[in-house]
Design a protein around this ligand. Structure first.
Ligand SMILES: Cc1cc2nc3c(=O)[nH]c(=O)nc-3n(C[C@H](O)[C@H](O)[C@H](O)COP(=O)(O)OP(=O)(O)OC[C@H]3O[C@@H](n4cnc5c(N)ncnc54)[C@H](O)[C@@H]3O)c2cc1C
Length: 556
C-alpha cells in the first residue's frame, strides 16, 4: 500500500475504506484530473477468510485484523449486559466481514426520508443509484440492473432446509416473495447475496480493487485518522498515524474531506476534531469547532434473538463440518474454489408484520442451517437450525460518545436497546411468529426440540426475560450523524457538516432512520449518490417504481 509524504495534497481525502469509502474512491477517480487519497486504519483484507463466503462466521466471532470487535456499555434494559459489536476493519470495512445479504430496505423507508424534508432521498430518487451500483446475475427488471460493480447472485444452491422454511412460511399464511428488493418486500423468500463466483463481493472487491492502480488514487492502509484538521471553520486535511505511539502525519485536501468511518467511528472522528456537543468536548479538553449537540445521538440498531431448534437428522452444518471436514472445506475452497466454502449459509429469510395494520414489515428473519449462539462464539455441539429474528425500526435510540480525547480509545457505544415498550413487544411477537412458522408440516423432516428459548418459555414475562438474557445485535447501527433538513441535524441533505466548510460525512451514520433491512447496499447507494454531486453531475432521473409495483401486483 502507498507510503505518503507528510503534507501531501489531494483534491479529496477520504477517511475509512469501508462500504462508502471504497465506493467514493472508485467513483471520484473516474475523473482522471481528480486526485484522491483514502486513509484506512486496517489492512488489505485479502486473506482466505475474507474471500471465502463461509469464513463469515470466524470473521464475525473474532476481534482481529478485520474486525474492531467493539462492545457496548452495559445495557440497562438487556440485563446490564455489554453486547459484542463486530465492525469491519481494513479495506472493504464491514462489507469485508458482513453476512453478504443483499437487501435495500422498504421503499417507504426512503419516502419517509423525503417526507422529513430530505429532497432527493425518496425511493424514486434512490432506486436508480441502487441499480447503478448493481450487477444482478439474474438480469435486469424494474428493480434490478446489470453492469454495476456490486455483484448480486443467488449463490450456490443452499441446503434443502431453506426451501422447506419458505414452504413453512407459506403454510403459516405468509406471502412468498421471490425478491425482497422487488415489488413486494413482505413475505418469506430467498436471500440474494453479494457473492460472485463463490467469492465475497465486498465494496473492496467490487469498487476498489478494479481501480486501485489508477494514478490519481492513493490508498493508505494502516493509517488511523486522529482528527480532521480545521482552519477558520474549514476542513483542510487529516492528521493520522500508523498506530499508537507512532509519529503523526498530515495529508491535505484541496476540495473536501469525506468522513466514511462508519456509524461508530464517524461521530468519534468528528468529536475528536471538535465537532459535536460543546459541553462534552470541553470536558475532554477538545477545542470546539462546531457545537453540534446531535453528533453521536440518534443511534439505532437492529437487536436480534436466535430461536434455535435441534435437528432430527445429521443435515446441518454441525455434521457437515465435524472433525476433519472443516479443514477439508477450507482446502477444497483454496485449491478448487468448490464446496461449502462458497456459501454464507444464509439462503432464506422473511420480512413480516407483527400486526396487520402496519404499512410495512416490522420484523426480519434470517435462517441459518446451524446452531448459532452468541455470534457463533459458542461452538455448536449438535445438529440444529437457527432463526434470527430482529425488529426493523426500533424506537429506542442511543448514543456514541468519546471515552477520552485519545483517538485509539474505543468510543462509548450505548444503543439503549429495548428502552421502549413497542420494541419489547415487537421482539416478543417475533418469537411467537417464528414458533408458528417452525411448527408447520414443511419442517417436519428437520424440526427437533426447541433448544432456545425452550418450549417451557411461554408467557410474555418468560419470553421477555429470555430476550433480555440472549438478545444481540445483528450489525446494522446507523443514525449517529443523521442528515436532516432541520438545523439540529449534524449534516444537511447533501451530507455537509453544519458549521464547517469542505467536510461531509458519507456512510451509514447519516441515515436519519434505520431502514427495514440490512444496511450494506443502502450505504453504497448513499455513496453512489453523493459521488455524482461531488463530481458536479446531475442526479440520475428518478424512477417511480410504484407504477411497476402496481403492474407487477396485478400480474401475479
Ligand atoms: C458482522 C456484520 C454483518 C453484517 N451483515 C450484513 C449483511 O449481510 N448485509 C448487509 O447489507 N449489511 C450487513 N452488515 C452491515 C453493513 O456491512 C454495514 O452497514 C456497512 O458495511 C457500513 O458501511 P460504512 O461505510 O458505513 O462503514 P464500514 O464499512 O464499517 O467502514 C468504515 C471504515 O472506516 C475505517 N475506520 C474507522 N475509523 C477510522 C479511523 N479513525 N481512521 C481510518 N479508518 C477508520 C474502518 O476500519 C472501516 O474500514 C453487517 C455488518 C457487520 C459488522
Amino acid at each position: 500500500m502507498a507510503e505518503l509524504e507528510s503534507g501531501a495534497r489531494f483534491d479529496y481525502v477520504i477517511i475509512g475504506g469501508g462500504s462508502a469509502g471504497c465506493t467514493l474512491a472508485a467513483r471520484l477517480t473516474e475523473d482522471p484530473d481528480v486526485k484522491v487519497a483514502m486513509l484506512e486504519a486496517g489492512g488489505k483484507n485479502d486473506g482466505l477468510l475474507v474471500r471465502m463466503p463461509a469464513g463469515v462466521g470466524q470473521l464475525i466471532a473474532n476481534k482481529g485484523p478485520s474486525n474492531w470487535g467493539f462492545e457496548t456499555t452495559p445495557q440497562k434494559h438487556v440485563d446490564n449486559r455489554k453486547l459484542y459489536q463486530p465492525r469491519g476493519r481494513g479495506l472493504g470495512g464491514s462489507s469485508a466481514i458482513n453476512g453478504m445479504i443483499y437487501i435495500r430496505g422498504h421503499a417507504r423507508d426512503y419516502d419517509q426520508w423525503r417526507q422529513m424534508g430530505l429532497t432527493g432521498w425518496g425511493y424514486a430518487d434512490v432506486l436508480p443509484y441502487f441499480k447503478r451500483s448493481q450487477h444482478h446475475e439474474d438480469g435486469s427488471d424494474a428493480w434490478n440492473a446489470e453492469g454495476g460493480p456490486l455483484w448480486v447472485s443467488r449463490g450456490p444452491p443452499g441446503d434443502p432446509i431453506y426451501k422447506a422454511f419458505i414452504q413453512a412460511g407459506k403454510q403459516a399464511g405468509f406471502p412468498v416473495t421471490r425478491d425482497f428488493n422487488g415489488y413486494q418486500q413482505e413475505g418469506v423468500g430467498p436471500y440474494h447475496l453479494t457473492i460472485r463466483d463463490g467469492e465475497r463481493w465486498s465494496a473492496n472487491a467490487a469498487y476498489l480493487q478494479p481501480v486501485i492502480d489508477r494514478p490519481n488514487l492513493t490508498v493508505i492502509s494502516g493509517a488511523h485518522a486522529h482528527r480532521i484538521i480545521i482552519e477558520n471553520k474549514k476542513a483542510v486535511g487529516v492528521e493520522f498515524s500508523g498506530g499508537p505511539g507512532k509519529p503523526a502525519q498530515s495529508v491535505f485536501a484541496l476540495r473536501e474531506v469525506l468522513c466514511c468511518g462508519g456509524a461508530f467511528q464517524s461521530p468519534q472522528i468528528l468529536m475528536l476534531s471538535g465537532i459535536g456537543p460543546a459541553d462534552e468536548l470541553q470536558k475532554l479538553g477538545i477545542k470546539v469547532e462546531s457545537d453540534l449537540p446531535e453528533v453521536g445521538r440518534n443511534l439505532q440498531d437492529h437487536l436480534d434473538v436466535c430461536i434455535i431448534y435441534e435437528m432430527t437428522k445429521p443435515l446441518s452444518m454441525y455434521s457437515k463440518t465435524k472433525g476433519l471436514k472443516q479443514p477439508m472445506i477450507g482446502l477444497q475452497y483454496l485449491f478448487a474454489k468448490q464446496g461449502h466454502g462458497r456459501t454464507n449459509h444464509l439462503h432464506a429469510g422473511a420480512f413480516l408484520k407483527t400486526r396487520g395494520e402496519l404499512d410495512r414489515p416490522d420484523i426480519q428473519l434470517h435462517l441459518v442451517n446451524a446452531v448459532m449462539q452468541d455470534h457463533a462464539r459458542v461452538k455448536a455441539d449438535r445438529d440444529g437450525f437457527t432463526i434470527h429474528a430482529c425488529q426493523l425500526r426500533p424506537e429506542s435510540k442511543g448514543t456514541v460518545k468519546l471515552a477520552s480525547a485519545n483517538p485509539y480509545e474505543n468510543p462509548l457505544i450505548d444503543p439503549n436497546y429495548l428502552a421502549e415498550e413497542v420494541d419489547r413487544r415487537t421482539m416478543r411477537d417475533s418469537v411467537r411468529i417464528v414458533r408458528d412458522i417452525v411448527s408447520q408440516d414443511a419442517l417436519n423432516l428437520y424440526r427437533g426440540a426447541e433448544f432456545k428459548p425452550g418450549s417451557h418459555i411461554r408467557t410474555d414475562a418468560e419470553i421477555d426475560a429470555w430476550i433480555r438474557q440472549s438478545a444481540e445485535t445483528i450489525y446494522h447501527p446507523v443514525g449517529t450523524v443523521r442528515m436532516g433538513a432541520d438545523a439540529k441535524a449534524p449534516v444537511d441533505g447533501d451530507l455537509r457538516v453544519r458549521g464547517i466548510e469542505n467536510l461531509r460525512v458519507i456512510d451509514a451514520s447519516v441515515m436519519p432512520t434505520l431502514i427495514g433491512g440490512n444496511t450494506n447496499a443502502p450505504t453504497i447507494m448513499i455513496a453512489e449518490k453523493l459521488s455524482d454531486q461531488l463530481r458536479g453531475k446531475p442526479a440520475l432521473p428518478p424512477q417511480d417504481a410504484r407504477i411497476a409495483e402496481d403492474e407487477m401486483a396485478s400480474a401475479v
